[in-house]
Write a new protein. Structure first.
Length: 238
């Protein structure tokens, strides 16, 4: 088993020697996606129903900077790194203007001990309770892993149960749109094809209609294949 950062908790009960490789399942801030109500694309307005299905996007990592004196790292605000005028493929930071606030009084800091560690990451180290530590040691004794030791344990920079949070934003400089103009104000929306399928796509970058349709067809085909594989495996289990 290898330690690493993943976007969701991994159940360790089915691991070999589960007490030695225990993964705490705490997840106070699960991965979440926010979509704006609408966004301007030139003279047109795209609603959330179109924006939420954007393809080929390259999220921009949000970086933060500490504000205040050299000894005060409680106030955290986003750094202003103006790169939106650059091509999307070469941009690495998002531009956000946030009012500085005292991070130490936030629920993340007060209830879950999150700290800003730089490079856009907020970090919370996992702290074992006394009863949990005793139960784990007892379990390791039962499974015979109590005295197991790996060289990598000496150089570990994180532990199972630690949480690292970062933010990113989709802010493409160029998009291609295949949609219907629903009113005189330029509001975009889905349109019905001749076979009564709803069509409405936004792809990052300059794409032709055929390229966009081929990307959508491939994506839907992969979804069908995965669904069939899941049904086949489910039938085998039953």
């Amino acid at each position: 088993y290898h330690k690493g950062w993943v976007s969701h908790p991994i159940l360790s009960a089915v691991f070999d020697q589960p007490f030695a490789h225990h993964n705490p399942l705490r997840d106070p801030f699960p991965s979440k996606k926010w979509v704006v109500d609408d966004a301007k694309i030139g003279a047109y307005t795209a609603p959330a129903s179109l924006l939420s299905s954007m393809r080929d996007s390259h999220p921009l990592h949000i970086d933060f900077s500490r504000q205040g004196s050299a000894n005060d790292n409680n106030e955290v605000r986003s750094s202003v790194v103006d790169e939106l005028d650059r091509p999307t493929s070469t941009r690495k930071h998002a531009v956000l203007h946030h009012r500085s606030r005292d991070f130490s009084v936030s629920p993340a800091a007060s209830a879950h001990s999150f700290k800003y560690i730089g490079d856009g990451y907020f970090y919370s180290a996992y702290e074992k309770s006394g009863s949990e530590m005793f139960a784990r040691l007892f379990g390791q004794w039962l499974e015979g892993s109590l005295l197991d030791f790996q060289l990598g344990d000496l150089f570990s920079r994180c532990e199972a149960g630690d949480i690292r949070v970062s933010y990113s934003v989709n802010a493409p400089s160029e998009v291609s749109v295949l949609a219907s103009i629903t009113n005189e104000a330029g509001l975009l929306g889905h349109y019905l094809s001749s076979r009564q399928f709803k069509v409405g796509y936004i792809h990052e970058g300059h794409k032709s209609v055929s390229e966009m349709l081929e990307t959508e067809r491939t994506h839907q085909w992969h979804g069908v294949i995965m669904s069939r594989v899941f049904v086949f495996l489910w039938e085998l289990l039953l």
